[in-house]
Design a protein around this ligand. Structure first.
Ligand SMILES: NC(=O)c1ccc[n+]([C@@H]2O[C@H](COP(=O)([O-])OP(=O)(O)OC[C@H]3O[C@@H](n4cnc5c(N)ncnc54)[C@H](O)[C@@H]3O)[C@@H](O)[C@H]2O)c1
Length: 245
C-alpha cells in the first residue's frame, strides 16, 4: 500500500480523503493540519501527498515534496501567481497533479463546453455561474475559471482579455466576445456550475451539480496513485482520466 500524507486533514475535504483512502488501497501515515491534534509535518516514510489545505501552505509543502522526490496532488485553489510559481518550480523535480476540480463529471463538462463554444461561435454570449456553500473562501471557484478557459479556448480567444467578473453600475451594453463569471454563495451547496450560451433565438445551458465531496476525494486519490512513477511535470485531471496526453 502506498503511504500518503493528507494536508488540510482536519478540513471538509481532508476528513473525506482520510475516510476514503483505505478503500482506494492507500495508507494514511500523516494527517497534517494547523488544527489541534494533527501532525505539523508529514512522516519521512510518506510516498505521496494530497493537499486540500490553504493556498498559503502550498509553497513550503510542495518544496518539501520536491526535496523528497514524492508525487504531489493539489486540490487547494486560490493560489497567487507567486504561489503558483513555487508549484511550477517543484514540477521540474516531481510529478504534480493540479486541478480545480477532481470530479469525473466536471472534467467531462470541460470537454463539452469546449465543443459547444467552438460549434456555437461568437454569436452566443457566454456566462459562467457557480454556486458554493457559505464557507468557501475564494471566488470565483477554480472550476468556474477552468470552464471559462475551456469556453475561451473553444472559440480561439484568450480568457484574460475577455473575462468579466460580476457586473455592477453603468457597465453599458454587453460587448461581443465577453465571457462573464459570477459567484453565488450560500447554504451547504457542494458545488454547482453552469455555462450558458445565450443566442438571439435560443439558449444552451450545460450544468454540473456535485452532490457529495466524495466526487472530488475519489478523483484526487486516484490521481495520486496515477502520478506515482510519472515524469516530473504538472498534469491535470484530464490527463489522469485519459482525455489528453
Ligand atoms: N480541486 C477540487 O476538486 C476541490 C474540491 C473541494 C475543495 N477544494 C479546495 O480545497 C481547499 C480546502 O477545501 P475545504 O472545503 O476542505 O476547506 P476547509 O477550510 O474545510 O479545510 C482546510 C483545512 O486546511 C487547514 N489548513 C489551513 N492552513 C494550513 C496549513 N498552513 N497547513 C496545513 N493545513 C492548513 C485548515 O485548518 C483546515 O482544516 C480549498 O482551497 C478548496 O477551494 C478543491
Amino acid at each position: 500500500m502506498m503511504k500518503i500524507a493528507i494536508l488540510g486533514a482536519a478540513g471538509r475535504m481532508g476528513r473525506m480523503l482520510s475516510d476514503m483512502a483505505p478503500g482506494a488501497c492507500l495508507e494514511v501515515v500523516s494527517r497534517v493540519d494547523v488544527a489541534d491534534g494533527y501532525d505539523r509535518e508529514w512522516r519521512p516514510e510518506t510516498e505521496g501527498v494530497v493537499d486540500f489545505s490553504h493556498h498559503t501552505a502550498v509553497p513550503a509543502a510542495i518544496a518539501r515534496a520536491a526535496a523528497a522526490g514524492i508525487p504531489y496532488v493539489i486540490g487547494t485553489t486560490g493560489l497567487t501567481p507567486c504561489e503558483q510559481a513555487a508549484v511550477d518550480a517543484a514540477a521540474r523535480q516531481i510529478p504534480v497533479v493540479q486541478s480545480g476540480n477532481y470530479s469525473l463529471g466536471v472534467n467531462l463538462l470541460l470537454e463539452l463546453v469546449k465543443r459547444a463554444s467552438s460549434a456555437l461561435g461568437a454569436a452566443y454570449d457566454i456566462e459562467v455561474v457557480e454556486m458554493h456553500h457559505r464557507h468557501k473562501k475564494d471566488a470565483p471557484s477554480g472550476t468556474a475559471l477552468m470552464l471559462a478557459r475551456a469556453a475561451a479556448e473553444g472559440r480561439g480567444a484568450d480568457l484574460d482579455s475577455c473575462a468579466v467578473y460580476g457586473r455592477k453600475g453603468d457597465v453599458g451594453e454587453r460587448p461581443r466576445g465577453e465571457i462573464a463569471i459570477h459567484a453565488l454563495r450560500g447554504g451547504s451547496v457542494v458545488g454547482d456550475h453552469t455555462v450558458m450560451f445565450a443566442g438571439d433565438v435560443e439558449r444552451v445551458e450545460l450544468t454540473h451539480r456535485a452532490q457529495s465531496r466524495e466526487a472530488f476525494a475519489a478523483g484526487a486519490l486516484a490521481a495520486l496513485k496515477w502520478a506515482r512513477g510519472r515524469a516530473p511535470r504538472i498534469y491535470t485531471m484530464r490527463s489522469v482520466l485519459g482525455f489528453e496526453d
